[in-house]
Design a protein around this ligand. Sequence first.
Ligand SMILES: Cc1cc2nc3c(=O)[nH]c(=O)nc-3n(C[C@H](O)[C@H](O)[C@H](O)COP(=O)(O)O)c2cc1C
Length: 245
Amino acid sequence: MNSLGARAGQIIRQRRSLLACDGRTSIPAECFYGMLARVLPRVELPVARRPMPWDAIPWDPAIHFGLFVHRVEGIEPGLYALARDPGKVEKLKECMHAHFAWQAPPGCPGSLPLYLLERGDARQLAAQVSCRQEIAGEGAFSLGMIAEYQASLAAHGPSFYRRMFWEAGLIGQVLYLEAEAAGVRSTGIGCFFDDPVHQVFGLKDLAFQSLYHFTVGGYVDDPRLTTLPAYGRRVQARQRGMDRA
Ligand SMILES: Cc1cc2nc3c(=O)[nH]c(=O)nc-3n(C[C@H](O)[C@H](O)[C@H](O)COP(=O)(O)O)c2cc1C
């Protein structure tokens, strides 16, 4: 196994959800852009050629991000939007508040459809819409996964409702690993108030629907929890087997 593979294995086994944010740690803008680039499925490619794990999802992305940016160095705090399909920027613009700025943040790669919507301190707002959970406001950034809802259900049928959640879950897995690899941590947030989220971004009808939230930031360990090595028993059993051989 090469060193990259070994490091990936380590990151996958050690990743934990953050239970509390330290309210201090920031991440560089390059790191932020890198994490977001990893959730882009690259829709211009045929599905089988898309970067892993998006080659495992046989449909074009239905989920975009409404972001609450708090502590990213070189970027103004505020509300941002990421279109995971660059062709959907105009649709998002049409459905969100008319006064939003839609400005590319400084240093943002041209290939990343990330836009500043409104500058300002969004820490309290982010926590409020996430059932008042501090982790949404005390990290580097948090986000709502906003699905193209009505059009997707009309196009693919009711079973696509479940697929939107599969897509949201896969995005979460990618962000968990990206955060861990960057030395911060993240947590999926299933408890949020969808109507207030829609109000924040100006979403009025069923064109878009917030499905899942996520937060990334510096973490505080909870000493009441014990972390055991992942697959520890299997590793020990294998070692015992090898010892006998
Ligand atoms: C669908 C889903 C929703 C979650 N919602 C929340 C949440 O609202 N608040 C929270 O603090 N953690 C939330 N979590 C994180 C779980 O608490 C966490 O995954 C669990 O404690 C397991 O920890 P681990 O990821 O370190 O193994 C959620 C996780 C998932 C998968």
